[in-house]
Design a protein. Structure first.
Length: 235
């Protein structure tokens, strides 16, 4: 039985590069692969952009309400007609932007169609909150693999801190594609990210995680900072 793999890491850990390398490895041996990504990832339009400069167009994009299983089957049939052989693997970039239902479809493709699915993405947003797609992948993927990169201090980076015009910010929408332009009352401002270790993230955020939804530091007389209620998801 084929498996669903989730390969995750902080930004700049080489996820897109690793995905393009995996595609090359399959095709070098005569196999066919399909590449996909969520439509919300507007960087490169229909392409996968590696920070090393390697690019490649995806076979299809997934809008937020798209049927991932159906889209895969459609492009799978086209591949069989064109090349005379079945798809050997489905590769998905920026998988954190998928819906939970789409991640469930990736598992169905692996199990019901016996085709390996390798999803690449980041676990958490700039406020250290899990993306819905990443959370679901962590729950149901057969295999989890961390791709590593380093912080400015030399430690392993685990968080993704957002910068607007070079200044760290810890408030805002969950999704803002790097190199995009945020438009506000102050005008258009460039959005970038920096991968940080836990210590450097806390230094920049002044000890705040999860955008302050859990109080810190805890006063002796205060109620516990962590409650039994789940964090509200971004809408």
């Amino acid at each position: 039985m084929a498996k669903l793999y989730f390969r995750f890491g902080a930004m700049n850990s080489g996820k897109s590069t690793a995905m393009l390398q995996a595609a090359y490895n399959y095709e070098e041996r005569g196999h066919r692969v399909l590449l996909a990504k969520p439509a919300v990832d507007t960087k490169g339009d229909m392409g996968i952009l590696s920070r090393l400069g390697v690019t490649r167009d995806v076979d299809f994009v997934l809008t937020p309400d798209a049927d991932a299983y159906g889209k895969f089957q459609h492009h799978r049939e086209r591949t069989i007609k064109r090349f005379g052989r079945d798809v050997s693997c489905l590769l998905v970039d920026e998988a954190q932007f998928l819906s939970e239902a789409q991640v469930d479809d990736l598992l169905r493709i692996a199990i019901l169609e016996n085709i390996p699915v390798i999803a690449y993405g980041i676990r958490t947003d700039f406020q250290t909150v899990a993306f819905p797609g990443s959370r679901r992948l962590l729950e149901i993927a057969h295999s989890l693999e961390e791709l590593k990169t380093i912080c400015r201090c030399g430690r392993k980076a685990i968080f993704n801190a957002r910068k607007i015009v070079g200044i760290f910010v810890f408030d805002g929408d969950q999704v803002a594609i790097d190199t995009s332009i945020e438009v506000s009352e102050a005008g258009a401002r460039e959005v970038t990210y920096e991968s940080l270790c836990g210590a450097c993230y806390l230094q920049e955020s002044r000890g705040v995680l999860n955008n302050g939804r859990r109080r810190w530091p805890i006063e002796a007389s205060a109620a516990p900072a962590y409650t039994t209620e789940p964090d509200p998801d971004f809408t």
